[in-house]
Structures are given as structure tokens and as C-alpha cells.
Design a protein around this ligand. Structure first.
Ligand code: SAM
Length: 252
């Protein structure tokens, strides 16, 4: 089957890499699994072996019949022809995994973080550069909007780097596995407020936090959170962004 670029289709084809990814996923430690973008089933075969309920979310109509055929003997595998961006986790706690379509990785992760109370653990393949950004600590250049949003809800770990040759077709960039573990006691923050504040704070990276947030916070207010108004947005701590978002939410 021809891979569709617009659906971010790069299929894993290196058995050794697939085995390493499955080891990182540790599917046997879960009650139920969701795989986003199973594609032609490179990871799915191994996930299905575990025998726990496995839901597959695949957007490409052309892949649905082959998946149904491939897993017709597996009663615990359910295939959904659905856009993962619309995924709603209503109950239970899931191990969510996937070699994600790169063009929708960021919105997909934001959708998942809003439902992190239903996530036991997440293991995803992303562009390496994106993994590096998500896992970056404050103070380094890569620290940005996605780092704050994801680190607010998850402990984020960068794992195995995967070279382009492991896929067909061969992508232009390196990939990397990221492991997301929901925080046991995440700070209570209205997510929409956090998204808003972080977006404003990083609107102009080279400007100070005072400049980026001047419509919403005075110097005194910033200082009350131990923020020097002259700081650049990438030097604030995640907890400081959470505090700013709480304050913003309380007044809007
Ligand atoms: N898991 C397979 C593998 O590792 O070989 C395929 C990975 S491929 C990078 C991404 C998969 O996500 C493709 O099968 C693609 O059709 C599917 N996909 C793309 N957009 C999607 C969406 N919005 N919702 C669900 N699946 C999507």
C-alpha cells in the first residue's frame, strides 16, 4: 500500500527497533491499551499478544479492512475508524501508545493531557526535536509552550532514539520515544488559562516576561511569584506558570 504523506504515514519496519519499543511500552503491565495510528500493525501485533483489551484508533479508511482481517481472531481487539484528535477517554485508565503522525503530534498530546486522569502511562514515538522540546528543563532554549503544558501534567522522559532507516518511507528526521507518566498530584489549574498564559508568555521569545504579559500582570504581581520582570519566558519554572495561570483564572 502507498503511504500517505498527509496522514504522516511512516511505517516501522525494523524488527529489532520494534522489539525495543515494545520493551519500553511494557504492555503486560496494563489493564487496557489504546494504540493511536496502528497503520499496518507493526506494533499492534505485539500489543495484541498480551491479551488485554486493545483499542485501535486509525483514521485511514484504507487501513481499516486490512486491520480487521489481521486481528479477526483476536476478540479483545477493537478497531475504530476515527480521528485521534477527537478521542475522548470517559472511564478507566489506559496505557496509550503510538507511533504518532508527526503533523498532528502536538495537538494530539494536548488533547491527551487534558484527559490525563484516564491515562496510566503514555509511550509515543515523535520527532526527536519535539521530544527534546517537551522534556527540556527551564533555562534552556528548547523550553517552550509544549514543555510547560506537558510537564504540568506528566513526568516526561526521553528514551530510545530511532534513525530514519527504521521506517518506510524513510522520513527526513530522527525520531525518539517519549514516556509520559501522569503526576500523582498535579497542581490544580484551569488548563485553558494555562494554555492562554503560556501562549502569551512565549509570544515573543526574545522579549521579557514583563513585556509579554504586561496586559495581565504588573511587575509587583510577577515579583510576588518570585519572577523578575526582566526574565525571558524560557527561564520561568513550570510551577511559576501554574501560579500565573491560577491568578489569571481567578480574575477572568
Ligand atoms: N503504527 C504504525 C507503525 O509504527 O508502523 C504506523 C505509524 S504512522 C507514523 C502513523 C499512523 O497514524 C498511520 O497509520 C496514519 O494513517 C495514522 N493517522 C494519521 N492521522 C491520524 C489521526 N488523526 N487519527 C488516527 N490515526 C491517524
Amino acid at each position: 500500500m502507498r503511504a500517505k504523506k498527509r496522514l504522516g504515514q511512516n511505517f516501522l519496519q525494523d524488527a529489532a527497533i520494534i522489539a525495543q519499543i515494545i520493551q519500553l511500552i511494557r504492555p503486560e503491565q496494563s489493564q487496557q491499551i489504546i494504540e493511536i495510528g496502528p497503520g499496518t500493525g507493526a506494533l499492534t501485533d505485539h500489543l495484541a499478544e498480551v491479551g488485554v483489551p486493545l483499542s485501535l484508533i486509525e483514521f485511514d479508511q484504507d487501513l481499516i479492512a486490512p486491520l480487521q482481517q489481521r486481528f479477526r481472531q483476536h476478540k479483545h481487539v477493537t478497531i475504530y475508524h476515527q480521528d485521534a484528535l477527537q478521542l475522548k477517554l470517559n472511564q478507566g485508565s489506559y496505557l496509550v501508545v503510538g507511533n504518532l503522525p508527526y503533523n498532528i503530534s502536538s495537538p494530539l498530546l494536548i488533547n491527551l493531557l487534558k484527559q490525563s486522569n484516564h491515562i496510566q502511562r503514555g509511550v509515543f514515538m515523535l520527532q526527536k526535536e519535539l521530544v527534546q522540546r517537551i522534556c527540556a528543563p527551564p533555562g534552556v532554549k528548547a523550553f517552550g509552550r509544549l514543555s510547560v503544558m506537558l510537564q504540568h501534567r506528566f513526568d516526561c522522559y526521553a528514551a530510545l532514539t530511532v534513525p530514519p532507516e527504521a521506517f518506510k518511507p524513510v522520513p527526513k528526521v530522527d525520531s525518539q520515544i517519549i514516556e509520559l507518566i501522569p503526576k500523582i498530584n498535579p497542581t490544580e489549574v484551569d488548563i485553558t488559562s494555562l494554555e492562554f498564559i503560556v501562549k502569551q508568555a512565549f509570544a515573543q521569545r526574545r522579549k521579557t516576561i514583563r513585556n509579554n504579559l504586561k496586559k495581565w500582570f504588573s511587575d509587583d504581581e510577577l515579583q510576588s511569584f518570585h519572577i523578575d520582570p526582566q526574565q525571558r519566558p524560557e527561564t520561568l519554572l513550570v510551577t511559576q506558570y501554574e501560579q500565573l495561570a491560577q491568578q489569571y483564572h481567578a480574575h477572568h
